[in-house]
Structure formats: structure tokens, C-alpha cells
Design a binder for this molecule. Structure first.
Ligand SMILES: [Zn+2]
Length: 240
């Protein structure tokens, strides 16, 4: 395997593929049955992503399923390179915005005049489940950052892929047009009732202290409602 500092193996066959600049991270799960990519990142990050996949022995057409954690451009931007081979999956509230090509809420722009239309083949709900043989992925609808945000839970390892819903340190993302602070608090409170060992977010560092970070996120979100000063509303604002 070529040395690629954008790749971190988190668990056997689960890889963190770091996004560059404004791009979200992607996560690859090499399943016994199907290969899954969580979030595709921004369009211009694709060549780096393709290289990382290649270094892991995976070609673009080897990805069977792309799951988008939500509808923002920095998570769905490279879907177009996968959608002719893979099934694209997103929560139905995200799917409506992606397939309608609502560039206002998704903030998506490829800069390509031949921009192909975006597809979502699987419209997900809470409790949808992917069985990969060696791992399974449970979908949890976690509105707040946007209405179509999901988190993805792997119950054997007790790991959670959070997109822009929970970040390390309890940092909050901004509230998108379809989002809501109340929903955010509710979603994170619900997540906090689960046993979670590690959190793999869409940007920044991973969290090895999920309980503490989620508590912090709830405190920060409540402070937003009171409009307190000094709440960190995130360096990911431009990107996420
Ligand atoms: Zn976002």
C-alpha cells in the first residue's frame, strides 16, 4: 500500500479518508457483502479521494453504496462520480433537496456546464439498516443542523458517524435553513442515551470522549437559544 497520510484505518476495514480544505471527510467501510462510502466530499476533493481509495485497492466502481449524512455540498459534491455505479442513499428530507437540485439549501455548485442531475436511489428513514456482513449500519434521523441530517451507528463497535451533527469538543455547526436549534438539542440528547465509544464526524478531529463532547454540544446549543455570547459556532461554517 502506498503511504497516504489522508488515510487512517480506524478499525479493520473501516477507514477515515480525510477531506482537504472545505471538503467533508469520507469514511470507507469495506464490507463482506458491500462497500460503503459515507459522504463523498466536495467535487474538487474527488481526485484526492479517488487516490486514497485506489491506495486501498478500491476503484470508484467498487463502491456499492454512498450514504450522505445530509444534503450540504461539501458532503454530496462528488456523488456524481459514483452515482452511475453505486446506490446513493440519504434521508428522505435530504433526498428531496438533492434530487430537486435545490442549490440554495444544498449550496451545491460543481462549476461543470454539463453538470449531470443528482440521484438518490435509497431514501432512508430512522431505523433503516445496512447489513455489510462484517458490520451493520443503523440509520438515526438527527435533524437540527439540517432537517435531513442522519447519524450512522455501528452497534458491534459502538461507533457513530455524525456528519455535521456532532463534532469533537462539542463544537456546533451552524443551523442550516431547514434546521432548528430545538431539533438539534433533541437529536443530540437522544444520541447521548446510547453507548458510544467513538464519534467520527464530517470535519475536524474524531472524538474518543463522545459522552463529554455531546454534553458540551447540548450546553452550546442551549446557549444559542439564550443568544449568549462566546459560544463557538464553528470554524466549519463556510464549509458545512
Ligand atoms: Zn452541513
Amino acid at each position: 500500500m502506498t503511504k497516504d497520510d489522508r488515510i487512517v484505518e480506524l478499525h479493520p476495514d473501516i477507514f477515515w479518508l480525510k477531506g482537504e480544505d472545505t471538503s467533508s471527510h469520507s469514511y470507507l467501510l469495506r464490507g463482506n457483502y458491500k462497500n460503503v462510502l459515507i459522504d463523498s466530499g466536495v467535487d474538487k476533493n474527488f481526485s484526492g479521494l479517488q487516490k486514497s481509495l485506489f491506495n486501498l485497492g478500491i476503484k470508484v466502481r467498487d463502491i456499492d453504496i454512498v450514504i450522505n449524512t445530509h444534503e450540504h455540498f461539501d458532503h454530496i459534491g462528488a456523488n456524481r462520480y459514483f452515482q452511475d455505479y453505486a446506490l446513493i442513499a440519504a434521508h428522505r428530507f435530504a433526498a428531496t433537496k438533492i434530487t430537486a437540485e435545490d442549490r440554495y439549501v444544498t449550496m451545491y455548485q460543481s462549476g461543470d456546464l454539463n453538470n449531470p442531475s443528482m440521484k438518490v436511489h435509497l431514501w432512508l428513514e430512522s431505523k433503516s439498516r445496512f447489513d455489510l456482513g462484517n458490520y451493520s449500519l443503523n440509520i438515526i434521523h438527527t435533524p437540527g443542523h439540517t432537517s435531513g441530517s442522519i447519524c450512522i451507528y455501528e452497534p458491534a463497535l459502538r461507533i457513530l458517524f455524525t456528519g455535521d451533527t456532532v463534532f469533537a469538543g462539542g463544537t456546533l455547526s451552524y443551523i442550516g435553513e431547514s434546521g432548528s436549534v430545538g431539533d438539534y438539542i433533541d437529536s443530540i440528547s437522544l444520541l447521548a442515551t446510547r453507548k458510544i465509544n467513538e464519534i467520527y464526524p464530517g470535519h475536524g478531529a474524531i472524538s474518543k470522549i463522545p459522552e463529554k463532547d455531546m454534553k458540551e454540544a447540548i450546553v452550546n446549543a442551549k446557549a444559542l437559544l439564550r443568544d449568549e455570547e462566546g459560544v463557538e459556532i464553528t470554524h466549519f461554517r463556510e464549509a458545512s
